[in-house]
Design a protein around this ligand. Sequence first.
Ligand SMILES: *Cc1c(COP(=O)(O)O)cnc(C)c1O
Length: 528
Amino acid sequence: MGLRTADETPRGRKDNEGPTSQADCLSTREGRLYIDELDTVELAARFGTPLFVLSETQLRRNVRRFRAAFAAEWEGPVDVMPAFKANTTLASRRVLTDEGAGADVYSPGELEGVLSTPVDRARVSVNGGGKSRDYLAHCVHEGVRITVEDVDEIDLIQAVAAEQDRKAKIRLRVKPTVPNLWRPTDFSQLTLPIDLAIQVYKSGIPPEFLVEMGRRAIAAPNIDMVGLHVHQGRHHASLWFWEGLMSRFGKLAGELVAAWDGWQPQEIDIGGGWPSPRDPLNEELPRSEFVLTALGFPLLAGLRGLGARLYHRALAGLVPVLSSHRFRATPPSIEQYAATSVRTLRRELQAARVSTAGVRLQIEPGRSMYGDAGIHLARVKTVKRQSQPFPYAWVLTDTTTFFLAGGHFERSRFRHVVANKADRPVAMTADLVGHSCFADQIVLGARLPEVVPGDVIALLETGAYQESSASNFNALPRPATVMVCGDQADVVRRAETVEDVYRRDLTPSRMHRFQGAHSDPVAMEIQS
Ligand SMILES: *Cc1c(COP(=O)(O)O)cnc(C)c1O
């Protein structure tokens, strides 16, 4: 049986933008949530909670689907180069390497992780600004693609490549101006238009430097400039966004090719930024947050004038409304994104007389590669309720938003399933919270079946950015990751211990003679 979470009321889903029936590693069987062929309740018991679970089959399916979708639209070769930062478990990376995928990396540590698998170096793109001389030398030595971000990077690459008597392969990461992208970005809580958000984001070379940089790179004896790169991330889930971005990128590419007389790209990398099927980004706050703040606060302030009893009665009515939630439309399918992105890009390139024959099209999906391959399991510790001054309920779990930090930054609202009660009807509304001392709101106003301590909650779509951004707040040891494949399950990243949490700490030797608080401070002073 397919999966529908309690939140996904048909009213909240507009299925007009694309099919929702993508192959899914999740299913419910006799009231239990399954991932691949495994009962998640049993996984929670066997490996402990909290726990990240990744499906190898889903990962493989995702790579193949991305490759097929873009290959169906693009005449040349297609390279799938998933963003490693989204999930840095080496086992998942081995699976992707086994599928022939390249990688987008952003740091020396990420590069090391990716190169620890037998990946094709020509399909590894090293992104990011401020790359050090040593790092660039390492990149040249390893033969990976350097995606240039800084104006002075060209000279540095030429210098280190000359020292090694090698030719560095580079691409320029460009930042087109996109005045056509006028809708609000999902990355900001403010109602900020996408073009402004892209302008203030640090990455990408501003157009004013590109012509000169390209000429310098083409003339450099130890540099082979092989392509262009653009990445802006998931500002908007619509096909409209991809049409808008690709048209401006294609135009800019055409202008550059004209200015660099005769230069032809061998690679065009359009980055990542496609949503995963149950796209959780920016759903914790409604789009009307700004209006709610502007109107809601004065309203609440005014209601206080009614006296405490009426004020609390008004809150009792308002709170469920404020925490109620409607999911946005299901995002388009990968095939639809591929069709829109590729057709728009080709149209602009052809208009500028840039040949696309034999050009490699590269894509760097992060969230959409790993997101739906992962779930997070947590166990209910307590259920807490109040009736005064107004009713409220919390389901306290043994995980924390600090283990789901990527989602917290992006105000993601994760679909959730009570794994051992997956077929029970909704019976309560409560905030699903974590056990750190923060408010630790994982899902506000979650609609749940009747929940008791010991139940297992599954948060969906947590394969990307969550585990890789987890922190140790409250000295909480970070959870393990288990990878499943069919009916097999293996720990691929072990859970931390409390000892791990303090492993980097050093107490200077002069502190060894410090006394405990129970010793007499006056006596200590006399001694010293
Ligand atoms: C983060 C990143 C990606 C992946 O972005 P998603 O939104 O996760 O698809 C791709 N390319 C670069 C350069 C990135 O920094």
